[in-house]
Structures are given as structure tokens and as C-alpha cells.
Design a protein around this ligand. Structure first.
Ligand code: GCO
Length: 456
């Protein structure tokens, strides 16, 4: 902690916000997006390797085969994080590196990699915050139905045990899944993500089995790392109706039910939202006795990923043409929605703690300063404005414990390939040289002082 940290969160001067001394500053990445080295050291095939090979699946025809080569450059990346003054680092563990076929034989070399990474982080004074599943399912399990079958949830728990047995003694915080909505919806309903399936019924089965997998893995964390904190990461997209017309309001309720409430409500012990269930016509056939209790097992912290809000219209063909500020992916920039979300979560569900596990923006990154660095003042403004909302929420008594900016590095943005850039640090195409952007310099100051000033 720096001397600037105090427990007060009041502003020191107008336009500056001081965060609590205990607030943790970090950045986030995920395995398939940065590691590369997909054939190294006995790693098995993942659904993303297979999906990227499908013509037309990825906008620029790329894949995560090389990505940022973090698998080989991990020590340099830790040095970079240390230089930025990060206190915590959220990354994900690739299941196909640990259990290449999803079940059965364990690949010690995969475990060795994450052990080196975790020990390197600890030695650098950076808290490792791993997520056990960030979308890279072993292809062998997909060949047997993937998340549409319950056996995948059981395999996930067994894989979690293997990881916990190796690293449970030194990792203080675990997250089970990243964004089960995106896994189920983009993977099994719209098909825009791996495994590229388009089947609404399959999406409902996948969503339930993902949550069962979370519940089972949570139990393994409790058994094998009883003093560690554990949670899950959900993405939230607050949704507003395009107008006050009842049809638009109903459309917004459905989107909110499918994208947001479907996951948070069972985790909070409320079961699946009845209104949404009825509108989707789901008979809940996959729910076995005890599942809802399992899913509602107590978590220590809810991970909140927030990027934007959406506008829902009864007219499914309608496009959102409002002249609002947007990122280079077209996502509306609307920081008050983050404050509103935190209030809603705390009032309705009352989790004991929250962590902003992702927040950040793809920006054009076209301007450069004289020294050649990306001058991404738009990204700085985005992050600062969202942090102001977090600060207000803390001031109102909502226990938000930390913030992980997405992302440390420019990386493989799934179906969008390498077009969108989210990094605080540029990764030069070809050389993969890391060059901190203006936002990295700005964030270093925030990490050191715990103070966020209104950007100019
Ligand atoms: C997400 C993902 C990230 C994305 C990021 C930007 O959780 O949606 O965790 O992998 O890259 O959100 O779209």
C-alpha cells in the first residue's frame, strides 16, 4: 500500500476520488485470448481451436494459435504487471492444458505452467485471481455433447479438483466460470462462438449444466482450499426499452430475463425467473433434485463484468441508431448503467461482496504521442468514468472490493479476431512486442495512489 491510501473514500479535492486502502487494482485476461502455444506441452484441442478453423467463423480468419504468446512470455508479462503496479491479476486456466481429453489423464506440464505463473505473480507481489473456465472447453467433451450434457458439469468439477490440489495452497481467490450467459447463448443459441451451435433448447440445457458445474466446482474449492474465497463471474447488460410502449417494455423484460436474471437469480437462491421461463417455454427437464440448492451455494464474491447497456424493441429488426457515444465495437458508452447495476444487484440480491472482474473498451488507438505510444485518452476517460460510478457505489455502502480492467494486452477478441483492441498495453503485430499505451501510464498512477482524478 502506498502512503496515499487511507480508509477514507471522500474526495481529496473536487474531481478526484480516493478509493479505500483495501480496494484491489488489477487487470484481466483469459487463456485462449493471450496464451497461444496451442500445441505445446501436451495441451489438448479446445472448442475454440476447432471453431477458428471453420471458414467464416472469425472476422479476420485468425485464431488464438499464437495470440500474444503469453505461454512463453509469461515472465516478461509479470514484469510488465509489476511495473504497472498491479495488485492483482485475473487470468484463466485452460482446461485442455490440464486434462487434454476433458476427463481422464492429467497433463502435469499444463499444471506446471500455471504453477510457474502463480509463483511468479506471488513473488512479484501480485495476487493471482484465476478463473477455472473462460470458454475453452476440451473438444473431446464437445464431441460428447458439451455443456448440453450433465457429464460435462461433473468433468468440470473433477478438473477443478486437479487444479485445486496443485494450487489451492497459494491462490487466495478463485472464480469458477466466466460469463455462463455467453457460453450458453453465443455458443449454443446464436452460434457466433464455439462450438457454433444454433439451437435454443440446447442453450437452455447448457445454461443449466454450466450452473451445475459452478455449484459442483464451488464444493471442490471449499473442500480443497477451505480458507480461499470463491465466486463466479457474470456479465450484465442492463437493458432499457426503446419506448414506453408495452410491447417494447415486454421485450426489454425478456432480454433482461434471458441475459441477466437467468444466471444471477438461481445463484441468489431464487431459482430461474418464472416470467422468463414461461416465455421461453422451458420445462426445466434438466433440473434434478437438489440442483437449485447446489447452484445457490454461498459465494464469497460476485464477479461483475460490465461494458455497456442495450436497448430492446419489440421490432426485432430495429437497429439502435441513437446518436450516443460508442466504442469502436459500437457499444454504447454509458457509465451510469454500472452504478445502477451495482445498486440493483445489492438491493435485490444482497451478495456479500462484489468485484468488477471486467470493464474496459475497444478504442480506435489511432493517435500516437511523439514517442510513438498509443495516446488512448478515450480509453482513459471510459475507465475513469466507470470508476467514478464504482466509487459512488462504495460511498453508498455497496461492498465493491476491486476492479480489473479488461484488458492488460491487446488480444484475440473471439469472433472479431484481432480487430478490436482492448489493451492498456499494445501488442505489436508480428513482433508481439509489448508497448504500454497512455492508459497504462494513467492506470499505473491509479494503482499507486488509489486516487482517480477526472481526466482532462
Ligand atoms: C468477456 C470476455 C472477454 C472479452 C471482453 C470484450 O468476458 O466477454 O471475458 O473475453 O474479450 O468481454 O468483449
Amino acid at each position: 500500500m502506498t502512503s496515499a491510501s487511507t480508509s477514507a473514500i471522500a474526495s481529496t479535492r473536487p474531481g478526484t476520488r480516493r478509493f479505500p486502502a483495501t480496494f484491489r487494482w488489477g487487470s484481466a485476461t483469459s487463456a485462449y485470448q493471450i496464451e497461444g502455444a496451442v500445441a505445446a506441452d501436451g495441451r489438448g484441442e479446445s472448442i475454440w481451436d476447432r471453431f477458428c478453423a471453420t471458414p467464416g467463423a472469425i472476422a479476420d480468419g485468425s485464431s488464438g494459435a499464437e495470440a500474444c504468446d503469453h505461454y512463453r512470455r509469461w515472465a516478461d508479462d509479470i514484469a510488465l504487471m509489476r511495473d504497472l503496479g498491479l495488485q492483482a491479476y485475473r487470468f484463466s486456466i485452460a482446461w485442455p492444458r490440464i486434462v487434454p481429453d476433458g476427463v481422464g489423464a492429467i497433463n502435469q506440464r499444463g499444471l506446471d505452467f500455471y504453477e510457474r505463473l502463480v509463483d511468479g505473480l506471488l513473488a512479484a507481489g501480485i495476487e493471482p485471481a484465476p478463473t477455472l473456465y473462460h470458454w475453452d472447453l476440451p473438444q473431446a467433451l464437445q464431441d460428447r455433447g458439451g455443456w448440453t450434457v450433465r457429464a460435462t458439469a461433473e468433468a468440470f468439477a473433477d478438473y477443478a479438483s486437479v487444479v485445486l490440489e496443485r494450487l489451492g495452497d497459494r491462490v487466495p481467490r478463485w472464480m469458477t466460470l466466466n460469463e455462463p450467459f455467453v457460453s450458453a447463448n453465443h455458443g449454443y443459441v446464436t452460434g457466433e462462438h464455439a462450438p457454433g451451435i444454433r439451437d435454443e433448447r440446447a442453450g437452455l440445457a447448457a445454461a443449466h449444466h454450466l450452473l451445475v458445474g459452478h455449484g459442483l466446482a464451488l464444493g471442490r474449492i471449499r473442500d480443497l482450499a477451505p480458507t480461499a474465497q470463491a465466486g463466479i463471474v457474470l456479465n450484465f447488460t442492463p437493458v432499457v426499452p426503446a419506448s414506453d410502449e408495452p410491447a417494447d417494455v415486454a421485450a426489454a423484460e425478456l432480454v433482461d430475463g434471458v441475459e441477466n436474471r437467468w444466471y444471477v437469480e438461481p445463484l441468489a437462491g431464487l431459482g430461474y425467473p418464472a416470467d422468463t421461463r414461461e416465455r421461453l417455454g422451458w420445462d426445466g427437464g434438466e433440473i434434478l433434485d437438489g440442483d437449485l440448492e447446489l447452484i445457490a451455494g454461498r459465494i464469497d464474491a460476485l464477479g461483475v463484468n460490465f461494458y455497456s447497456r442495450s436497448v430492446a424493441s419489440a421490432d426485432r429488426e430495429a437497429t439502435d441508431e441513437r446518436a450516443v457515444p460508442r466504442t469502436s465495437m459500437g457499444w454504447e458508452i454509458h457509465p451510469p448503467s454500472l452504478g445502477g447495476l451495482l445498486r440493483r444487484l445489492h438491493e435485490h440480491y444482497g451478495f456479500s461482496r462484489y468485484v468488477i472482474t471486467e470493464n474496459g473498451a475497444a478504442m480506435p488507438d489511432e493517435e500516437r504521442s511523439d514517442d510513438g505510444r498509443v495516446a488512448d485518452h478515450d480509453r482513459i476517460r471510459y475507465v475513469a468514468a466507470h470508476l467514478a460510478e464504482v466509487h459512488d457505489a462504495i460511498g453508498e455502502g455497496i461492498p465493491v472490493e476491486g476492479y480489473f480492467v479488461w484488458s492488460l494486452l491487446d488480444n484475440f477478441e473471439w469472433a472479431h479476431g484481432y480487430g478490436p483492441r482492448f489493451g492498456l498495453v499494445e501488442v505489436e503485430p508480428g513482433s508481439l512486442r509489448r508497448v504500454p499505451k497512455a492508459s497504462a501510464e494513467w492506470y499505473r498512477e491509479v494503482c499507486h495512489t488509489g486516487v482517480v482524478a477526472d481526466p482532462l
